[in-house]
Write a protein that binds this ligand. Structure first.
Ligand SMILES: [Ca+2]
Length: 427
């Protein structure tokens, strides 16, 4: 019966057949139906435990329904819920993740997204792979190392990746602009006054790191990890796709061995008065900086791709009120975020938090997505097709997020920025 199965289900030794038995329990199905959530969604014990608040709400609602079914079982059921949520998650139960990021710093969207993913008690961050994007790779690596020192997670390896795109370059774009017009945002290539070269690390306001990057390159790390944990690793991509393209080139099975790709990138029809997008609505930096890499990745055989585009990101804002809320926190995370906060859209943070809690996304659509590698005026633009208009060569349909519950997103984002970092340690 449900009670025994539920107890068994919190044992990591359960195999999939036993989990299916648990799913089949009619009383639980009835309870979850009444609670407005699916017993199937609750069935595998790891998602049950690891999905956190949203699923716990479902479980709690289910418990109320179970109580209505059978009053004398409620005490035991609540005890089980307490046991499930009081128990620290083992490494095997956490969601394995590699964060591929142009991790500019200090603070800002790149490292705030990393912080959301590291601060979640659900995740097992295997490593942070870095490529040139918003800043040059080496300064991003330095900011990431220092950031991990500040929050006490120097056990997470930082793996240097691509310094330059596969084909595109600052020099090529300078020539391109003479024909086709100015590119407003070029990340490392035009950020800062003056912009500096790839090997220079300007003075760091948060202090220089004493820890070192891993002695491996990002592409080989990515390949090694998906081979070690096939179909278990989520790749979170918050920057240009160079590292992933290199991994796919080294190992043609790379994408198919990952569990899924969570991507902040692409721009379809953003409604915004931001000058970066008003006249060039299909140009989005992450897909634009290395268009050839973007094509390689989007045409690869991922089991699943979820995309947070400019269209939905511009509905969010890291404004002074949100920063002030986080500034009330006393943790190293909260202090870091508040000190270096920038008024900006919550680009990468939305992709991260929506992966942790998909219920903040209220509408999605499926499209084929690619990037123009024509070196004419469309170079680097996002291309999309409807499901019925599949291009001859394509990757899988991607899940494009279109709208969100902003209040819920802000609440969960603020909580993640303020909370104590799991497994934090002193240097
Ligand atoms: Ca980024």
């Amino acid at each position: 019966m449900w009670r025994g199965n539920w107890f068994e289900s919190i044992s990591p030794s359960l195999d999939s057949a036993e989990k299916s038995d648990w799913t089949a329990n009619s009383e639980l199905n009835q309870a979850t139906d009444q609670a407005g959530c699916s017993a199937t969604a609750l069935a595998p014990v790891y998602p049950l435990i690891t999905r956190g608040a949203s699923i716990s709400g479902c479980i709690i609602r289910a418990e109320v329904s179970l109580n209505m079914i059978s009053q004398n079982r409620i005490a035991i059921a609540l005890l089980v819920v307490a046991m499930v949520f009081a128990s620290p998650l083992s490494a095997q139960q956490k969601r394995r993740l590699i964060i591929d990021q142009d991790a500019s710093g200090p603070g800002g969207t790149d490292l705030q997204a990393v912080l959301a993913l590291v601060n979640s008690p659900e995740t097992d961050v295997l490593g942070i792979t870095v490529m040139t994007g918003d800043q040059w790779r080496d300064e991003e690596v330095a900011h990431t190392l220092r950031f991990l020192e500040i929050i006490g997670r120097t056990d997470i390896p930082v793996i240097p990746g691509a310094v330059f795109p596969l084909v595109n370059s600052k020099e090529e774009i300078a020539q391109w602009e003479k024909q086709f017009g100015k590119v407003i945002y070029q990340g490392a290539w035009n950020r800062g006054k003056p912009a500096h070269g790839p090997w220079e690390i300007p003075p760091m306001p948060e202090g220089a790191p004493s820890t070192k990057a891993a002695n491996e390159d990002a592409a080989h790390f990515l390949v090694r990890m998906v081979r070690k944990y096939p179909h278990e690793i989520t790749i979170y991509e918050g920057g240009p796709l160079t590292n992933l393209a290199l991994a796919q080139t080294i190992d043609p099975e790379f994408a198919s061995l990952a569990k899924e790709l969570i991507l902040m990138g692409g721009s379809i029809h953003p409604v915004t008065d931001n000058a970066e997008f008003t006249l060039t609505p299909h140009r989005e930096f992450n897909l634009w900086m290395d268009p050839e890499a973007s094509r390689r990745v989007l045409r690869s055989a991922w089991a699943r791709i979820v995309v947070t585009t400019v269209d939905i990101s511009v509905k969010t804002r890291m404004d002074k009120a949100l920063t002030a809320e986080i500034a009330k926190g006393t943790t190293p995370s909260a202090k870091y975020v508040a000190k270096y906060a920038q008024d900006s859209f919550l680009w990468d943070e939305l992709a991260a938090v929506a992966w942790l809690d998909p219920t903040i996304i209220t509408r999605t659509t499926k499209l084929y997505m690619d990037v123009s590698i024509d070196h004419g005026p469309t170079y680097g633009d996002t291309l999309v097709w409807a499901p019925g208009e599949k291009p001859a060569l394509s990757g899988p349909l991607v899940e494009v997020q279109e709208d969100l519950n902003k209040g819920k997103f802000y609440k969960e984002f603020v909580q993640l920025m303020m909370r104590a970092t799991p497994d934090a340690h002193q240097l």
